[in-house]
Design a protein around this ligand. Structure first.
Ligand SMILES: NC(=O)c1ccc[n+]([C@@H]2O[C@H](COP(=O)([O-])OP(=O)(O)OC[C@H]3O[C@@H](n4cnc5c(N)ncnc54)[C@H](OP(=O)(O)O)[C@@H]3O)[C@@H](O)[C@H]2O)c1
Length: 298
């Protein structure tokens, strides 16, 4: 009999979750309810808040130790780069053959760069950005937009299912990000339409209640309009589920994709310009729909 333990399959080894922000924290809590989990966050307090259900790791390297699937959900491409690199980074601790599943919105180019770095140390990469917000994250009702090789996606599926009730396969690595960036472009048109037309309607003497009723029950009502209804009626844009700063980051990813594929979309570009101006006027950390304040100031 050999003393050497048989290698465990990736799905049987533990899981790690790095990046416990507005989205990451509820997502990690759902993973922890289903399997052993290590968590790490740059600001340690947010990881300690999960100590009742997960092992709190001291570094990304420590979090990755002994795990077959590592999930990341951080703000942007720069943040992912930071947690991958360095002596205490994720790449330094990645187990051979482990799968890194990035659920941040970072764009296609950054996903492909992460794939190169992870494969260079013997790992695998899947991009799985999500559609949905904090509520769906708490309920396990996110939509995952997934890019990656079939066997890698298969190994990530059990973990993804703890957080997502739908998984859309978009193609090879990076195509999940391409789909997310395109989808967020639709979202930007939506919320800017709501915010600007609310401002116009109020300026025309219509009441906020009547306008919001029309927007959330008429022919153009969408689930996102309906879910924002209480916030808009209360003008409550603090404690954002999704900040305007993150939306602007996604807008820049959309413009980058337009340039990469050689398709210029001036309306989308103008929406991004308006968002950048609103951020410049102090709305960065407020909810997306705070754009109405920006339009109403004119
Ligand atoms: N919020 C939504 O409704 C929503 C929906 C779909 C997709 N997303 C996407 O999901 C991702 C996370 O969003 P979120 O709303 O959870 O954002 P968030 O609340 O701002 O959290 C950002 C996370 O990234 C970490 N981070 C930022 N810069 C870092 C760095 N340089 N090094 C290490 N960690 C860093 C933060 O750590 P600290 O805690 O230390 O700051 C935090 O854990 C984003 O890509 C976003 O676009 C969000």
């Amino acid at each position: 009999m050999s003393d050497v333990p048989a290698p465990m399959s990736a799905s049987l080894r533990g899981t790690a979750f790095l990046g416990l922000g507005a989205m990451g924290a509820p997502m990690a809590r759902r993973v922890a309810a289903a399997m052993p989990l290590s968590v790490w966050n740059r600001t340690r307090d947010k990881a300690e808040a999960l100590a009742d259900v997960a092992r709190v790791a001291s570094t990304p390297r420590d979090a990755a130790r002994g795990t077959g699937v590592v999930v990341t959900c951080v703000a942007d491409a720069r943040a992912l780069e930071v947690i991958l690199a360095g002596p205490e980074g994720l790449l330094a601790g990645l187990e051979p053959d482990a799968v890194v599943v990035d659920m941040s919105t970072i764009g296609r180019a950054a996903a492909r760069e992460a794939q190169r770095e992870i494969e260079a140390v013997g790992g695998h990469f899947v991009d799985a950005p999500v559609s949905g917000s904090v509520g769906p994250a708490e309920r396990g009702e996110l939509l995952a937009l997934v890019g990656g090789a079939e066997p890698d996606v298969e190994r990530a599926t059990a973990v993804l299912h703890t957080m997502c009730n739908r998984i859309l396969r978009a193609g090879a690595v990076g195509q999940g990000q391409a789909l997310k960036v395109v989808l967020n472009g639709v979202g930007a048109h939506h919320f800017v339409a709501f915010a600007s037309m609310l401002a116009l309607g109020e300026r025309a003497g219509l009441s906020r209640e009547v306008l919001v009723d029309a927007f959330t029950s008429g022919a153009f009502a969408t689930p996102s309009y309906v879910s924002k209804r209480p916030r808009v009626l209360a003008r409550d844009y603090g404690n954002a589920e999704f900040t305007l700063a993150l939306a602007l980051k996604d807008g820049a990813l959309n413009l980058a994709l337009q340039e990469e594929v050689g398709l210029a979309l001036p309306v989308a570009r103008e929406i991004m310009r308006e968002m950048a101006q609103a951020v410049g006027e102090g709305l960065a950390q407020e909810d997306l729909y705070a754009m109405e304040k920006y339009f109403a100031r004119r």
